[in-house]
Design a protein around this ligand. Structure first.
Ligand code: SAH
Length: 246
């Protein structure tokens, strides 16, 4: 699968043209392949029913929203906080486990220098590979390993755990992280937070920093009718942060 062009209506509804060799069918009629092919970036196209669409080439985030998802992926609100709190940037070597569909690994790979992603299930590894290829990311090493048993990577700036029993990986993470490196654990439920934070506090290699839940509330802004949307995204997970000190 590929995405060649993004089309967006004035109301913000998005459509993706997977190839330019066929007409693009939408709920607002279809756009002829000739129009798709010759359209300039940012130009306005019309469907057969005269609905207007702007057209442009996909950005990373447009493609990211189209990746295959199987396991529950980390939502963008939480990815944003992980990146900001751990200061992940183009110099960073980061690691995550488990890969799941590789959503977090892919996002991190788009901004970091190198990513290693650990996953025990081979069927998920196939999904990760196809998502990496779809996004054109080449800086990710996939490790078919149990993070509770072994981490082969060293000198890591940040590790993000999204596994059922993150406390079982703390000792291995301590060996893999640089002094000053961040250990982040993402867990949906409170008992997981308790066991992870207690274990991190007991471990002399780590200083526990904080646990955060991000609650996102989108607002409807329609002329003077301005209010929170009635349907929001529900609870995702808690993020606990620790820093490796020795
Ligand atoms: N963060 C991922 C989703 C992870 S889902 C994303 O954004 O897409 C959790 C994954 O952890 C599952 O795929 C599961 O197979 C994997 N997993 C569970 N225990 C593990 C372990 N001990 N080592 C490595 N991966 C593990």
């Amino acid at each position: 699968m590929s995405v060649k062009k993004v089309l967006i209506t004035k109301q913000g509804k998005k459509f993706y043209a997977k190839n330019l060799d066929g007409d693009l069918h939408t709920q607002y009629g279809f756009i002829k392949k000739e129009d798709l092919k010759k359209a300039k970036e940012g130009s306005l196209l019309k469907s057969n029913t005269s609905k207007e669409f702007f057209i442009f080439s996909p950005f990373f985030i447009d493609l990211y929203r189209k990746i295959k998802r199987d396991a529950q992926i980390i939502p963008l609100k939480d990815i944003g906080l992980i990146i900001a709190e751990a200061g992940i940037n183009k110099e960073s070597k980061v690691l995550d486990a488990g890969s799941g569909s590789g959503a977090l690994a892919c996002f991190l790979a788009s901004i970091a220098k190198e990513v290693a992603t650990y996953e025990i299930r081979e069927d998920f590894i196939e999904i990760v590979k196809s998502n990496l290829e779809f996004l054109g990311l080449k800086n990710v090493k996939i490790r078919n390993k149990d993070i509770y048993k072994e981490i082969e990577d060293k000198n890591i700036d940040a590790i993000i755990l999204d596994v059922p029993e993150p406390w079982l990986a703390i000792e291995n993470c301590s060996k893999a992280l640089k002094p000053g490196g961040f250990l982040v654990s993402y867990s949906p439920s409170v008992p997981q937070v308790i066991d992870f934070v207690n274990a991190a506090r007991k471990n002399e290699s780590f200083v526990y920093l904080k646990t955060i839940e991000i609650i996102e509330r989108e607002w409807e802004v329609e002329e003077r009718r301005v209010r929170p949307k009635s349907k929001g995204i529900g609870h995702s997970g808690f993020l606990s942060f620790a820093r490796k000190v020795q």
